[in-house]
Design a protein around this ligand. Sequence first.
Ligand SMILES: [Zn+2]
Length: 420
Amino acid sequence: MHSFTLAFVLALLAHLAVQVWLARRQIIHVKSHRDAIPPGFETAVSAAEHAKAADYASARQRVGIVETIYDAAIVLALTLGGGIAVLGDWVAGFTAPGVFAGTLHLLAVFAAMTLAGLPFTVYQTFVLEQRFGFNRTRPATFLGDQLKAWALGLVLGGGVAAGVLWIMAEAGTSWWVVGWAAWLAFSLLVTWAWPRVIAPLFNKFSPLEDKPLRERIDALLARCDFHAKAVYVMDGSRRSSHGNAYFTGLGREKRIVFFDSLLTSLNAAQVESVLAHELAHFKLRHIPQRLLVGAAMSLAGFALLGWLSRQEWFYTALGVPNASDAAALLLFMLVVPAFTWVVSPALAAWSRRHEYEADAFAAQHSDARSLAEALVTLYKDNATTLTPDPLYSAFHDSHPPPAARIERLRTLGSPVAATP
Ligand SMILES: [Zn+2]
């Protein structure tokens, strides 16, 4: 056995073990706090709501454990099990080698992975979310979404695959620099196209008509010297009762999008404070920092792929006897995450720091108490557990644990409240 085969299997198993261990910790921790509402939340959350959040969190973790093991088995089946090689031979049976054959090979593997993951998507939507009363997706909507997503995957995924394969074939040994530049250009194009072309395929966006709220938002934007093109309401409640708010687009073309379910559960002051938080991610330059780090990481990824794709052992050690550009891309996508997961706690910690900074910004430019109220309402509506396991949270969570976050907002809000 090649030593890289062993390294890959060990890394994959280590990741699996850590994920299952953390998920089990989360289930045990949440269950043991099921009957005790944490201090500070007693008036806002009922015992039944707290228990529901605990049950929802444990149910999701249980499905998550099964899915984690299943996904690892799929990765092993496609690599060492010979799945990538078999699909490559199948495509080679009716197409001459080249960019087109490589694209078909990539699409065939993606299709196999999508089909393999479908039972989990169905279960999550129609069993798990249904049981806790969040699902509003009807089977027809679900089927329509899937067909649209597959069509989009075929066009975008096929286009990207063909583009990268063409660059690999034509641009010489430094192809990865060209590939990286093309990847950045493609990411920008998608960021531009998303709110205009792609998101409207799935949801309806209408201008925010609530006049008083609109004036409040305009005042906040003016106060923070922020320019947004438009404020939209999205019909998120067609699929789920989970609420959210976000920004899309680039530069001066930015749009603010509210899920309709968020606007029905929060009052105007709370909506304003949530928006102030989202706005902070731009004003404090969190978004450009993330883009920069993402670009640097993808450059490192392309450089690594450029080198790995020239190593004979990269193919033979991973269940692919015949090297090809398509196989290099597929192996890279499936195998590298087995090693890179070790940096995810650092990225999560970085994201949590940004969340605290954005909360502080919102407290300064809007109102800390309204933001705390809004967060508690969202925790309640989304059945977010208020008592996550500290280690699980440190490893996975992009947002700070609820109790710590609310506590921080209370101290930020108190000087204002204490002034006569
Ligand atoms: Zn945030």
